[in-house]
Design a protein around this ligand. Structure first.
Ligand SMILES: [Ca+2]
Ligand SMILES: [Ca+2]
Ligand SMILES: [Ca+2]
Length: 321
């Protein structure tokens, strides 16, 4: 069995985790975020598009559903810019190259990022029927996804594209075995190569993203966009107690590059987003991605591979000798 598949299984089974909310519990992220294309990027979305992948283990053969919480742009949760006048389209893809096409694994909605077979699609504007409510895509047969040997499972892709307007859509996903309820799939996971999300307003909440570091990774470049100078971004790992990163202010990217320790290979990093205590920053939307030394993006799994990394003092002692 490939090491990576083994690590996926350990993440799912040993930790007893089989939930597929996106964002997931260990991330402590309130909502995903995507803006309409007329918004200024200073509102916090760099490209008005977000892609997520769902991973279903090969042995699972029941129909699956991709559910979206608060898919519309309007009402209490979403971010108004003048008046709500935004439309967005969710599209679900499966089949050949929905995941393995290079453009699907990049950060920008460019080229053939909509690779694969379009399985379902729906547009939303302001729609009170779906405000604080779920819309369900599916059923999908797992084999309608793309089979990916490295994962020993099937992958589906969901893209949300802002199509008009300038407001912010906040939403969540859930991979479920039921159309009208959230029921998770053991061993499933979800991941993205770029995460666009909303921070909590409460300065005591810490959000997390967990990039997986494979054994080819020598160094990483952590990039963050429109952090609004909201406190600290730091990285914790099995070999890293607390490494502060450079943070962005308003409407720009900032990059921070660091070398990966041997002990960090085949583990996840814990990138922590720690808010400033005062004055509190409200409605902070931020975009994050991480690349390796040759520019490949590291996947952010909502259920971190190998579990949430805990700093091990002994490893650092060993390393500093
Ligand atoms: Ca929404
Ligand atoms: Ca508007
Ligand atoms: Ca922001």
């Amino acid at each position: 069995m490939r090491l990576f598949v083994l690590l996926l299984l350990i993440a799912a089974v040993e930790l007893g985790i089989n939930a597929q909310p996106v964002p997931a519990g260990d991330e402590n992220i309130p909502y995903l975020m995507t803006f309409g294309p007329r918004a200024e990027t200073s509102w916090g979305d760099d490209d008005f598009s977000q892609t997520f992948f769902f991973l279903i283990p090969k042995g699972f053969s029941q129909p699956v559903y991709i559910r979206v919480y608060d898919p519309d742009t309007g009402g209490d949760i979403d971010e108004i810019n003048g008046v709500f006048d935004t439309r967005m389209t969710f599209s679900v893809y499966g089949g050949r190259e929905c995941y393995t096409h290079d453009d699907a694994q990049e950060t920008s909605p460019a080229g053939n990022y909509k690779s694969g077979n379009l399985l379902a699609s729906k547009s939303f504007g302001v729609d009170p029927a779906y405000d604080k409510n779920w819309y369900t895509f599916g059923p999908f047969n797992p084999s309608e996804g793309e089979f990916v040997e490295d994962f020993d499972g099937y992958v589906f892709k969901i893209i949300l594209d802002g199509t008009s307007g300038d407001d912010g859509n906040l939403y969540r996903y859930y991979l479920s075995t039921m159309p009208d309820n959230n029921k998770s799939i053991e061993g499933a996971n979800a991941f993205a190569y770029e995460y666009s999300f909303r921070m909590y307003d409460d300065p005591n909440e810490v959000s997390h993203i967990y990039p997986f570091v494979d054994n080819r990774t020598i160094s990483v470049k952590l990039s963050n966009f429109d952090w609004d100078s909201d406190g600290f971004i730091r990285t914790v790992s099995v070999a890293r107690k607390s490494q502060m990163s450079k943070v962005s202010g308003e409407d720009h990217w900032i990059e921070d590059e660091f070398t990966i320790f041997e002990e960090e290979k085949n583990t996840s990093l814990d990138i922590q987003f720690i808010k400033r205590k005062s004055p509190a920053v409200k409605n902070n939307n931020v975009v994050v991605n991480v690349r390796n030394q040759i520019g490949e993006l590291l996947p952010f799994y909502v259920i971190p591979i190998g579990g949430v990394p805990k700093y091990k003092y002994d490893i650092t002692v060993e390393k500093s000798r």
